[in-house]
Design a protein around this ligand. Sequence first.
Ligand SMILES: CC(C)(COP(=O)(O)OP(=O)(O)OC[C@H]1O[C@@H](n2cnc3c(N)ncnc32)[C@H](O)[C@@H]1OP(=O)(O)O)[C@@H](O)C(=O)NCCC(=O)NCCS
Length: 356
Amino acid sequence: MHVATDNGSIVGGAGAFQFDLTVPGGSVRTAGVTVVGVLPSHRRRGILREMMRAQLDDIQERGEPLAALWASEASIYRRYGYGLAALCGDMNIPRTHSDFVRPVERKGTVRIVGHDEALTLCPAVYDRVCAETPGMFARTREWWKSRVLDDPEWRRFGGGELSVAVLEEDGRPQAYALYRLNFSYEDGVPTGKVVVLEAMGAEPEAEIAVWRFLLDIDWMASIEAELLPLDHPLLLLAAEPGRLRFRVGDGIFLRLVDVGAALAARSFATDDDLVFEVADTFCPWNDACFTVRGQKTMGEPDLRLPVDTLGSVYLGGFTFRQLARVGRVEEVSEGALDRADALFRTERAPWCPEIF
Ligand SMILES: CC(C)(COP(=O)(O)OP(=O)(O)OC[C@H]1O[C@@H](n2cnc3c(N)ncnc32)[C@H](O)[C@@H]1OP(=O)(O)O)[C@@H](O)C(=O)NCCC(=O)NCCS
């Protein structure tokens, strides 16, 4: 935590978790920036700016090449070099319109488990999904206990308790769902909903099966889920995709704190090379030309871009061509946009399933 004080009283704060964030081809030490705020009595006089300065200097000193955050006021962070790195979606599915386009073969068996068992079974699945999904961060046992599986009354918002379903095949956990059953009736007709807090599978069939389980729970009128990845399988599986009411919003923002180390830490889809001229006024140690694999160079640039653009393309959530269309990257040598997009291409949409 960094705090700002006035006459010995704390008037602002900014924190950061130390995460291992999955990036294409590996994982990178990342500052997970959180709980940023300044008291209403002390706003608009530069306190946030000073806290961002101190925080980024410390992150650089600790040797964490990336910083990531969820923004509640998205307009604030680009000036500090953060770029929108991923989108995510919400669904609100009426159960009566939740058929799949073709029947799926049921895999494994679903078991509803207590929180003690969940503490072993869910991480076994999560860790496998995390290892191959850019944007996810490794969770410690303490994180699972105190953040994910902790279920105090105030977190329920009047809904049901936290339920955990685990799908196993040959005794091995392959998928899980954390959800609440919020019961309600009108005129004797069920109007309740399943609120999905998190659902994922280590294998595609297991992920599909756990979603089928959620969609088939009796007495529920609808299924609500938030923070879903943009390449969610239901989009292609649903017989009526429009009925998913998939609504897209902003996901995590990413800042390359050490451009060279961050580029060196991810893998690329081709052997090509390129030179980026990076503009970074807030962290001037990055204000230089870099090869795509993170070496500082005096070579001629192929692309010119502000550092937040690198944050937007780093996990594969956006393409250079998309950013060029909105004026956030300049193609200096012909064909460089396509070459950069071929280099940065990823298999999966980046996904951060949890607001931290
Ligand atoms: C957002 C917040 C942290 C800003 O703190 P602050 O000390 O007033 O900010 P500063 O005075 O240092 O301003 C820094 C820059 O951000 C801009 N800014 C400040 N608040 C902003 C807001 N709510 N929306 C958009 N821009 C904002 C300022 O104009 C300034 O821009 P500039 O440097 O380009 O001139 C503070 O208003 C707050 O605590 N808000 C409620 C909690 C919150 O929204 N936290 C952010 C969670 S992601």
